[in-house]
Design a protein around this ligand. Structure first.
Ligand code: BTN
Length: 252
């Protein structure tokens, strides 16, 4: 089924392996083409993890963006902007304790409610393809044992079920708004809004797991391209481009 929500064209499937994989196969698709599914049988997360995607319980959505090559330095901000859009939509829905863990895990009361997987590929000389995959836990009332301590959903947080297509459209509106900001080069606005929405942004004692080492330190905000600044235990400043953040203790 194809749903028109200009500028978005949403290709809706009842079941798919992964909406990101489906969208990647649509080689000639224009910017803002979306793929959504009621369930994913091979939903993927970051760091080769699976994304739990049971039918009807979650939003499983991928959005195609085609930034110009001269915008390549700003590409890391795309997933931060998506996290902002998700966080704002959740807040609008009355979810309490919404937070963003760097770079783009959206939490509610410290449990993960949404994950973002932005995957890029060069699509010739005039633009780059970014497949922006977003999973949001909406109607789950329980999770598999390995997730039950760390995951939550809107239904668990608010006691109310959510119409998946309404949530999708509400989120797409926010994505469009923030994408405009991104295109206008108002990068400071994206970084500032992210920092406002995240308790992890500053003054948090964290450990960051990199590919082959762990770095401990206190967070000191984001750079203008969205990297995380860390004051390390030795007192130096380290800029983290990719890694897994774990909070050591609460400061409040
Ligand atoms: C993460 O937090 O690890 C990212 C999870 C991303 C999940 C979404 S669901 C829609 C899209 N299709 C996928 O296979 N993954 C992303």
């Amino acid at each position: 089924m194809v749903i028109h929500r200009p500028p978005f064209i949403i290709h809706h499937f009842s079941t798919l392996g992964s909406t990101n994989d489906q969208l990647k196969e649509m080689i000639a698709a224009p910017e803002f083409t979306c793929v959504a599914a009621d369930e994913q049988t091979a939903g993927r997360g970051r760091r080769a993890r699976a994304w739990h995607s049971p039918p009807g319980d979650g939003l499983y959505l991928s959005v195609l963006l085609r930034p110009q090559p001269d915008a390549s330095s700003k590409i890391p901000l795309i997933s931060l902007m998506a996290a902002i859009a998700v966080a704002e939509t959740l807040i609008e829905r009355g979810v309490a304790g919404v937070d963003i863990k760097w770079p783009n895990d959206v939490l509610a009361r410290e449990r993960k409610i949404s994950g973002i997987l932005a995957e890029g590929a060069s699509a010739g000389s005039d633009s780059t393809r970014i497949t922006l995959g977003i999973g949001v836990n909406l109607n789950h009332t329980a999770f598999p044992p390995e997730l039950s301590a760390s995951a939550t959903s809107i239904a668990i947080e608010t006691g109310e079920r959510v119409a998946v297509d309404e949530f999708r459209d509400q989120l797409l509106e926010r994505i469009l708004r923030w994408h405009e900001v991104w295109k206008r080069d108002d990068d400071g606005l994206i970084v500032n809004r992210w920092q406002q929405l995240s308790t992890y942004a500053r003054g948090q004692r964290v450990v960051v797991t990199l590919d082959d080492e762990q770095v401990a330190g206190v967070t000191a905000g984001l750079t203008e391209t969205g990297a995380l600044r860390l004051i390390t235990s030795e007192g130096g400043m380290k800029t983290i481009l990719a890694g897994e953040v774990t909070r050591l203790r609460k400061n409040h």
